[in-house]
Design a protein around this ligand. Structure first.
Ligand code: HXC
Ligand code: NAP
Length: 262
């Protein structure tokens, strides 16, 4: 079922990092359903290609897999050349790729911190800058960053990911201001705990889920598709005057002070 017109994204092309799994895959599925063609980019070629084949077959629309590490600007530029070469345009860019694990700050290695910032913070900049240079700067379009709420309260064992997402929120605002005149809208979604994702497998293992759900005002984890619905709205023309904003989609979790407790 869809709440939006099925041709909402007709004629558009989306480039989604980490689009072969979890929240990214759910976003790509909704984009394809609403008329877009998609390129999904990440490191694991096998998983990407399987996801692209599955989603193309499901929606009868082209979804192409391109192997690229967001930490490597050359790989991202090549992936975008391939996207634009294949589809002739690239209107929508979603920075969804991320890395995370639970680690107390005192035990986190220097490289562990740098790795998460490399994927999340630098990756988001690399992809945004390449997209602006290759298409968005001349044709306009939209960037959507996938953030988190970790840094609103200082969630323990998450200094690496929380500080990376804080930087992404800042980038959302900076780029919205700088690139607005080029008709590029830049927004972000901050998901709460999303069921059946790699993120929650890592951050809320085993019995923690039931405990956390009791603390969430809406009483449950979210579904990846509930992030995809917000993504669909934000990249569409229905949000044509929305830029520089971060939208929390978390069932009220952070307001209620939901805490990861080991
Ligand atoms: C402590 C760890 C660690 C762990 C890795 N490191 N895992 N430290 N606890 N569990 C450290 C390593 O020891 C190493 O430092 C450094 O990080 C780099 O590790 P590599 O394995 O070499 O990194 P790499 O191959 O680049 O892989 C990146 C990764 C990996 C982040 C470590 O887990 C990954 O690829 N993740 C992608 C999928 C993912 O994380 N999805 C969840 C996103 S969810 P040393 O010093 O030892 O060499 C999410 C949720 C946000 O973001 C908010 C939720 C509410
Ligand atoms: P996920 O399935 O692990 O998604 C992360 C994706 O990023 C994977 O497809 C991975 O693919 C890709 N990726 C990782 N490192 C990369 C790199 N260096 N270059 C290119 N791609 C890379 O996890 P998820 O839970 O769906 O998370 C998706 C997004 O939502 C993330 O931004 C996360 O921070 C955010 N988020 C999730 C939750 C949650 O509850 N799950 C909550 C808040 C925010 P490869 O392994 O193929 O590279």
């Amino acid at each position: 079922m869809t709440f939006f017109r099925s041709d909402l994204l007709a004629g558009k092309v989306a480039f989604v990092t980490g689009g072969g799994s979890g929240i990214g895959k759910a976003i790509v599925s909704r984009f394809l359903e609403h008329g877009a063609e998609c390129v999904i980019a990440s490191r694991n070629k096998e998983r990407l290609e399987a996801a692209a084949a599955e989603l193309s077959a499901q929606h009868g629309r082209r979804c192409v897999a391109v192997q690229a590490d967001v930490r490597e600007p050359d790989q991202i530029e090549a992936a975008m050349d391939q996207a634009i070469g294949t589809f002739g345009r690239m209107d929508i860019v979603v920075n969804n790729a991320a890395g995370n694990f639970l680690a107390p700050a005192a035990a986190l290695s220097y490289k562990g911190f740098a790795t998460v910032h490399g994927i999340d913070t630098l990756g988001t900049f690399n992809v945004s800058k390449a997209a602006f240079a290759k298409w968005l700067g001349r044709h306009g379009g939209t960037i959507l960053n996938i953030s988190a709420t970790l840094h609103y309260t200082g969630v323990p064992f998450q200094v690496h990911a929380g500080s990376a997402k804080a930087a992404i929120d800042a980038m959302t605002k900076h780029l919205a201001v700088e690139w607005g005149p080029a008709k590029v809208r830049v927004n972000a979604i901050a998901p709460g705990p999303i069921d059946d994702t790699e993120g929650m497998k890592r951050l809320a293992p085993g019995g923690l889920k039931a405990k956390l759900e009791k603390q969430i005002p809406l009483g449950r984890f979210g579904q990846a598709d509930e992030i995809a619905q917000m993504a669909l709205f934000l990249v569409s023309d229905a949000a044509s005057y929305v830029t520089g904003s971060v939208f929390v989609v978390d069932g009220g979790a952070w307001l209620a002070g939901t805490r990861l407790e080991m």
